[in-house]
Design a protein around this ligand. Structure first.
Ligand SMILES: Nc1nc2c(c(=O)[nH]1)N[C@H]1C(S)=C(S)[C@@H](COP(=O)(O)O)O[C@H]1N2
Ligand SMILES: [Mo]
Length: 324
């Protein structure tokens, strides 16, 4: 078994969790010992390391629709459909990336409503059908996971600012908080006590209003499959992937900086901003480079994941080491 570089170890295998896990194990619970040979199970919250190659499609797979683009604006080719839909982080189902698709396969996302509330003039509960009317543009974005791997993904959807405009944020609104469905019967990972469910994320209002911030409702020319966050999820391409919250049911405008699931789990490791920054290392590994899924070697990570021209001005005057 090859040694696993620390940069390929799922960061969500938090020290905090390991400590708790070891305490539980020492207390006599019959748990699987984590490690590269261990299969994550319901009783083992320590995720599998990202050591294996993602599956590669050999034929045009069922479920892949028509996609106009073949590469991102830097000329980098799309990541295979099989990897985009077969190698996922979605802790509500399982921490095993290659088992998410099967674990989430029966997840029913119709009917679905999204409540948009808080500091807005027109709070509203949207039916999914009405949200889908806001647009269906193709957007090819890089996704850089904080764990050190990346993909190029053809999303479809619309800029989140279109939805926010409908509810009219008040002048007191400074942040936007997002929440995933909370339903442990349908999302069995939520029965694990390690995290503060439901998954929550947040953006500053100006980040949320930025045209690049996408409410994704499709991938690879079709509606999102469950493993990618059906029926709708964020895609915030200049931030680490964990900001791109899946299966959203509530969006709340607020004057207070939201606490995300990862900030609550490990405040020393995950900040609110989480902008991709090759010069600010994770406390436990470098962020200078990344493995593009499908590639063998590693490539340099780009400031703001390559979107600096579009977004750097949002952070003028901020110390990006402090405001990680
Ligand atoms: N609700 C929820 N959203 C989530 C996650 C999750 O576990 N639960 N994982 C995040 C992480 S760490 C990443 S890298 C991306 C992965 O998106 P993908 O599986 O569509 O590539 O989803 C993010 N959104
Ligand atoms: Mo991630």
């Amino acid at each position: 078994m090859p040694p696993i570089p620390s940069s390929e170890i799922t960061p969500e295998a938090l020290f905090w969790n390991r400590r708790r896990f070891m305490q539980t194990a020492l207390a006599g619970a019959a748990l699987t010992i984590p490690g590269c040979a261990a299969t994550p199970s319901a009783s083992n919250p320590t995720p599998a390391p990202d050591a294996s190659a993602a599956p590669v499609a050999t034929t045009l797979p069922a479920g892949q629709g028509t996609v106009a683009g073949t590469s991102d604006e830097l000329g980098q080719p799309l990541t295979d459909f099989a990897a985009v839909t077969g190698y996922n982080n979605y802790y509500e189902f399982t921490t095993d990336k290659q088992a998410v698709a099967a674990a989430a396969a029966g997840f029913v996302t119709n009917p679905w409503t999204v409540q948009v509330d808080g500091l807005v003039a027109k709070p509203r509960q949207f039916a999914l059908e009405d949200i889908l009317k806001l647009g269906n543009e193709e957007r090819i974005y890089r996704l850089r996971c904080v764990e050190g791997w990346s993909m190029v993904i053809p999303w479809s959807g619309f800029s989140l600012n279109k939805l926010l405009a409908l509810v009219e944020p008040t002048s007191a609104a400074k942040y936007v908080r997002f929440e995933t469905l909370n339903d442990p019967e349908r999302m069995p990972g939520q029965k694990e006590p390690w995290y503060t469910w439901p998954y929550a994320e947040g953006l500053r209002l100006d980040e949320a209003m930025h045209d690049l911030t996408l409410m994704a409702t499709g991938v690879y020319g079709n509606p999102l499959p469950p493993q990618n966050g059906a029926p709708l999820r964020l895609a915030v391409p200049w931030k680490y992937g964990f900001k791109s919250i899946k299966s959203i049911v509530r969006i709340t405008l607020t004057d207070t900086q939201p606490t995300s699931l990862w900030m609550a789990a490990a405040p020393d490791e995950y900040g609110f901003y989480a902008n991709v920054n090759p010069r600010v290392d994770h406390p436990r590994w470098s962020q200078a480079d990344e493995r593009r899924i499908g590639d063998t070697g590693r490539r340099q990570t780009l400031m703001f994941n390559g979107y600096a021209d579009a977004v750097a001005s949002l952070y003028t005057g901020m110390d990006l080491r402090k405001f990680y």
